[in-house]
Design a protein around this ligand. Structure first.
Ligand SMILES: NC(=O)c1ccc[n+]([C@@H]2O[C@H](COP(=O)([O-])OP(=O)(O)OC[C@H]3O[C@@H](n4cnc5c(N)ncnc54)[C@H](OP(=O)(O)O)[C@@H]3O)[C@@H](O)[C@H]2O)c1
Length: 290
């Protein structure tokens, strides 16, 4: 089976490329050689490669910048997935598209199921939701897999930012009133490869690591694990703050836990508790830095 991995230089795309199970073969694509927003070049690539599956891990992921630059966010997050679906429909291949917990407004107090109504608060979530719609309106043979609070040892993410700040600063402030589920790109990749193998699956799935926490508690856990592993030299005070005290006007869902039960059952992949996954990622980071 041949898989096109789009957004292959991002944190999820890098992890997917590194974890592809045999006997699958992959072609990894990203900017600048391949631009998902270019309809013609997407069609040419899909016709040339004739993949069985396209996994779309590309996205415009800067949530704050999306508010100032809505057009590029919509191009990458909405037009791009539509282009992929069009080309996939013409060649008969399947699309697995990665989306986000930010399609929800965060007013729930129990985990969002895949069929819960989507009312995104900001441009990033709205553009990602439009991408989901563009795919589902164009083809039947698709899986949308929504995830949350993604991190890995590659690229830009909360864990790497916290480790850097904890080594640079004498104290930090972290938002304590936004709650969700941190997800390691490696556990998400395991779920995505299960979706690839289970060729009859269709529709919307949720995947995050198990358990729920706040950004503040996540930061405290990063500090604890970081000190134990020698990735941080000393403990600094971490102050919990409210969303209103954080210097951004971008609205984020206060609660975005995803109900993943359908995925655990259909994919036959066991969930990993978020703190266990965090420890594994940080141990890998430690190994890589030796
Ligand atoms: N990060 C999170 O916390 C989070 C949470 C929930 C869901 N997600 C979703 O998970 C998926 C993977 O996220 P990630 O954190 O791995 O993202 P990422 O690290 O930002 O990677 C995205 C990749 O897509 C590339 N890309 C951007 N525009 C493109 C275009 N026009 N054509 C082709 N490639 C393009 C980016 O290239 P450049 O770097 O050059 O722009 C980058 O290599 C995305 O769908 C995202 O929405 C992420």
């Amino acid at each position: 089976m041949k898989v096109l991995i789009i957004g292959a230089k991002g944190q999820l795309g890098t992890t997917l490329t590194r974890t592809i199970p045999s006997p699958l073969v992959s072609v990894s694509l990203d900017l600048p050689e391949f631009d998902i927003t270019d309809t013609r070049s997407v069609q040419n690539m899909v016709e040339k490669e004739r993949p069985d599956v396209i996994v779309n891990a590309s996205a415009y992921t800067d949530v704050d910048r999306s508010e100032e630059e809505a057009d590029p966010a919509y191009l990458v997050n909405a037009t791009g997935p539509g282009n992929l679906a069009l080309a996939a429909g013409q060649t008969g291949c399947r699309v697995i598209h990665v989306s986000t917990d930010y399609v929800f407004d965060g007013t729930a107090c129990t985990p969002y199921s895949p069929d819960a109504p989507c009312t995104p608060l900001g441009v990033y979530g709205q553009s990602k939701r439009r991408g989901e719609i563009n795919i589902s309106k164009t083809i039947d043979n698709f899986v949308i897999i929504r995830t949350s609070w993604l991190y890995s040892q590659y690229g830009n993410n909360f864990v790497l930012t916290m480790l850097r700040l904890m080594n640079e600063r004498d104290e930090i402030k972290v938002v304590a009133d936004q709650v969700g589920s941190p997800t390691w790109a490696t556990t998400l990749s395991t779920a995505i490869w299960a979706v690839v193998r289970k060729t009859s699956l269709r529709g919307v799935y949720h995947w995050s690591d198990a358990g729920v926490t706040s950004w503040y508690d996540f930061a405290v856990a990063i500090q604890e694990e970081g000190i134990q592993l020698g990735l941080i030299d000393r403990e600094i005070p971490i102050h919990p703050i409210t969303t209103a005290e954080f210097p951004t006007t971008t609205k984020r869902p206060p609660y975005s836990a995803l109900s993943c039960q359908k995925s655990w059952y259909d994919l036959e992949v066991n969930p990993v508790q978020w703190r266990v996954a965090l420890r594994k990622m940080m141990m890998e980071k430690k190994q890589a830095s030796k």
